[in-house]
Unconditional design. Structure first.
Length: 202
C-alpha cells in the first residue's frame, strides 16, 4: 500500500481536476490519499484565535476540515472511496481510497494533537501505522533538487514541525511539486514513477 498526501494548496490549483484524473488512471489501486486542509483549515485556525476553545478541540475541527477537501476529490472522480476505518484501507478493490482521519485520531494517544501536527503529520503517522510501501507529499511549489533533508523542508515550512516524530526510521519518503502532472503523463508503472520523485532523507 502507498500513501499520497495532496497538499491543501491544491484546493484552488487550476490543475486539481487533471491531477485527480491522472491519479485515478494509475494501474495500481493500492493507494491511500490524505487530503490537506488549505483554506478550510486556515479558517479553523482563525476561529480558534478568536475564541477560547482548547488546542485539542481546534485541532480536531481542523482534521474535519481536511475531510472537506476529501469530499471535493471524491466529487471530481467517483472512483475514489472515502474511508474512516484503518482496517478497511487494506481491503483491495478497484477504487483509490481517501482516508478520513478525524474519527481515528481524535483519541489516538500516539498522535500529537497540536497545531504543529498538520495533514503532513497525519500522512506520516498513517505511513508508520500501516507500514506502507512509500509516502509521497504532493506540494504546489516547485522543487529543484533531487534530494532534500527533512529538517530543511521543515525549516522552510514545506513540511510541518512534528512530521519527523512519525517519519524517524521510516523509508521511501518522497516529495514532488506541480511537475507531478508531467510525470504522471509519462504513463510509467507506479514503481518506476515513484523512483522519479524527490528523495526526503534525515
Amino acid at each position: 500500500m502507498w500513501i499520497i498526501k495532496i497538499g491543501g494548496s491544491w484546493i484552488t490549483n487550476p490543475n486539481l481536476n487533471k491531477l485527480i484524473r491522472l491519479l485515478s488512471e494509475i494501474s495500481t489501486k493500492n493507494i491511500v490519499i490524505i487530503a490537506g486542509g488549505g483554506y478550510f483549515s486556515d479558517s479553523v485556525r482563525l476561529v480558534y484565535s478568536k475564541n477560547n476553545m482548547s488546542e485539542k478541540t481546534g485541532h480536531y475541527i481542523a482534521l474535519k476540515a481536511t475531510e472537506m477537501f476529501s469530499y471535493i476529490i471524491r466529487e471530481i472522480d467517483s472512483n475514489f472511496e472515502l474511508i474512516s476505518d484503518i482496517n478497511s484501507l487494506k481491503k483491495k478493490n478497484n477504487k483509490i481510497k481517501i482516508w478520513m482521519p478525524s474519527k481515528v485520531l481524535k483519541n489516538e494517544i500516539s498522535f500529537d494533537k497540536t497545531w504543529e501536527s498538520t495533514s503532513d503529520s497525519v500522512a506520516a503517522w498513517l505511513h508508520k501505522e500501516i507500514c506502507s510501501q512509500g509516502l509521497l507529499f504532493v506540494k504546489s511549489l516547485r522543487l529543484e533538487k533531487n534530494i532534500y533533508k527533512l529538517s530543511h523542508l521543515q525549516k522552510r515550512n514545506i513540511l510541518d514541525e512534528n512530521v519527523d516524530k512519525y517519519l524517524f526510521g521510516q523509508k521511501n519518503i518522497k516529495i514532488v511539486g506541480p511537475d507531478i502532472i508531467d510525470l504522471l503523463n509519462e504513463n510509467l508503472s507506479w514503481g518506476k514513477l515513484f523512483k522519479k520523485f524527490k528523495e526526503v532523507e534525515f
